[in-house]
Design a protein around this ligand. Structure first.
Ligand SMILES: [Zn+2]
Ligand SMILES: [Zn+2]
Ligand SMILES: [Zn+2]
Length: 172
């Protein structure tokens, strides 16, 4: 067992999450801890396969597609098939533990799954290193909803994904 660091919600200051050489093991440990807590609180079953898929998605900050997940899983479990992956992804999406990056048809771990209320992420995606960082969406979301409601429009789904260069890739 990995000795768990004292639970500290380290709010990184602007841009720190882009760092290419942060200790990513901590991101993974944190994500799996949060997932276990959240599922336990809801009485949802985080089975070993669901947990493993979540861990694979968290293996980096780059969105990963279902096919790549399947490739890895097949080497570990001979009976892994597309439905295995899709059921696990569906569960993780339902629990708000991951988000779908529409523009890439790929998945990314949510760093702030909310136990009470689901959110759909908004993302900055680096076209060079491929990392994607989720934005705090409350303000932008409220703005979008208010503007839409001024038009008498009710938003049912929305995708906000911005492509560009992260701080690290701008210097290299
Ligand atoms: Zn990380
Ligand atoms: Zn999120
Ligand atoms: Zn980058």
């Amino acid at each position: 067992m990995v000795q768990r660091k004292a639970k500290q919600k380290t709010k990184q200051k602007g841009g720190a999450e882009w760092s290419h050489n942060h200790d990513h093991r901590l991101c993974i440990v944190d994500a799996l801890d949060r997932a276990a807590d959240l599922c336990a609180g809801r009485g949802a079953r985080l089975t070993s396969i669901r947990r493993r898929v979540l861990e694979l998605i968290w293996s980096s900050h780059r969105p990963i597609g279902a096919y790549s997940l399947l490739e890895v899983l097949k080497q570990e479990r001979a009976n892994a098939a597309p439905p295995t992956i899709y059921r696990a992804l569906e569960f993780l999406l339902e629990q708000g533990l991951i988000h779908r990056i529409e523009s890439q048809n790929a998945y990314i771990g949510c760093p702030n799954p909310d136990p009470d209320q689901q959110h759909k992420g908004m993302f900055l995606i680096c076209t060079d290193c491929g990392n994607a960082v989720e934005l705090e969406e409350t303000k932008i979301d409220r703005l979008l909803r208010n503007s839409a409601s001024n038009q008498g429009f009710v938003i049912e789904s929305r995708t906000v994904e911005a492509a560009g260069l992260c701080p690290e890739c701008q210097v290299s």
